[in-house]
Structures are given as structure tokens and as C-alpha cells.
Ligand binder design. Structure first.
Ligand SMILES: [Zn+2]
Length: 227
């Protein structure tokens, strides 16, 4: 099983450090800033060997240069230069998820049942459509929803609380959502991450995943954009 370190950076982003057993390899995913990641790795006696990023936005890439330089130069993998199809002994699938940006990719590890969804799928939310269409994002969501229900989702931001409040407005009687909101409020009061979350729970609580078709998905996205 892979070991995932959750590293909060900037105001509400998550970077991740990914360790594989019996391997010296350590990947840092989406370093939007370097300093807190270096501090975290130092505190845990970890040394990165690779950097991956999911899309080109500054809050996912701005730390790459400093992070790489600090460790003497690290290879960087992304959409244009994807990582190999294995990380240590773990098979890796790159899932293309245009919508938030056209170049957005998710890193999926079927053996460990882990996916890094960045700004495509948030807990109870979905990324804003900066470059792609609602239909593209809907199709990207469809690629995630077919994965194993026990898959753990690691998104790019801690937006869970406001997302839950939006979802509850759409489905005020959804018991799973009511319970998840209570859990999220407790976690946030203690300044703890609300992720990872299973795909099964997202299917019960994320209105964007629950949309029956692209049209309903687009309506929800437009409603959320209004604030
Ligand atoms: Zn983004």
C-alpha cells in the first residue's frame, strides 16, 4: 500500500507526498509553494525524488522551482511529460479530466485504490470551469465515478465545508449529507483535513456526482458559480 502524506499549503491547498514501501522513491504532488513542504519533509526525515503536477495553475506549480533546487534538481512529470505507468511496484493510471483546465489529469493507483483528483473533484464539489465546458467536466466526473467505491479521493483544496453547505441546499433531506456536514464541521473546528474521502461517500453526498446527466450537472455548476 502507498503511504500518503497530506501537506496543507497556501491558504487552502493540499500538496501530497507519496511513499511506496520498499522503495526510495518519494513523489511530491502539486507543490504550490515550497517552504511548508520542505519543512514537512525535513520533520519526517523524507527526501523527494520526483515532482508531479495535475495542471498548470500557479497554486499547484509555483513551488516546483524552489523545491527542485533545494534537493539538487528533481524530475518533473505532468500532462505533457507523464510519469511512468508504475510508481515503485504500484500500477499508475493517468486519467485525463478536462474541465477545470484542458490539461488537467488525475493520478490513480488501482492497487492501493487511491486517486489524486486536484481541482477536478473536491469533496462534495467540483472545480470551476476555467477552460473546459460543463459537458467535458461531466465526462471527466464519469471517468471517476466508475472506479471502485472504496477508492480514496485526495483533492487539491480544502473546500469541503462550503461545498457541503451548497449540497445541503440542493438536497436538504439527504441523511448522509447531514451526517457528513456534522463530521466536517467537527474536523474543521479542530483544523483537521476533511479528506481523504471514499468514492462511496461522495456518491451519497456530492450533488455533482449525483447529477443524472450533463444538463443537470451544468445547471448545478452554474448555480454554484452564482455563489
Ligand atoms: Zn486549478
Amino acid at each position: 500500500m502507498l503511504n500518503v502524506h497530506i501537506i496543507p499549503i497556501l491558504s487552502d491547498n493540499y500538496a501530497y507526498a507519496l511513499e511506496a514501501p520498499n522503495s526510495q522513491e518519494l513523489v511530491v504532488i502539486d507543490p504550490g509553494e515550497a517552504a511548508p513542504i520542505i519543512a514537512y519533509l525535513d520533520a519526517h526525515g523524507l527526501k523527494p525524488t520526483q515532482i508531479w503536477h495535475t495542471h498548470h495553475h500557479w497554486d499547484h506549480v509555483d513551488g516546483i522551482e524552489d523545491l527542485s533546487a533545494h534537493y539538487g534538481g528533481l524530475p518533473v512529470f505532468n500532462t505533457k511529460n507523464p510519469p511512468a505507468d508504475h510508481f515503485a511496484e504500484e500500477p499508475l493510471e493517468i486519467i485525463k479530466t478536462p474541465g477545470h483546465t484542458l490539461d488537467h489529469i488525475c493520478f490513480y493507483f488501482p492497487k492501493s485504490a487511491i486517486i489524486f483528483t486536484a481541482d477536478t473533484l473536491f469533496s462534495m464539489g467540483c472545480g470551476r470551469l476555467f477552460e473546459g465546458s460543463a459537458t467535458q467536466m461531466w465526462e471527466s466526473f464519469s471517468k471517476i465515478s466508475v472506479l471502485d467505491d472504496e477508492t480514496l479521493i485526495y483533492p487539491g483544496h480544502e473546500y469541503t465545508l462550503s461545498n457541503a453547505q451548497f449540497c445541503l441546499k440542493q438536497e436538504p433531506n439527504n441523511q448522509a449529507l447531514i451526517e457528513r456536514l456534522e463530521e466536517v464541521e467537527k474536523l474543521r473546528a479542530e483544523n483537521k483535513p476533511t479528506i481523504p474521502v471514499t468514492l462511496a461517500l461522495e456518491k451519497q453526498t456530492n450533488v455533482f456526482l449525483r447529477a443524472k446527466d450533463a444538463e443537470e450537472f451544468a445547471q448545478l455548476r452554474a448555480l454554484k458559480d452564482k455563489g
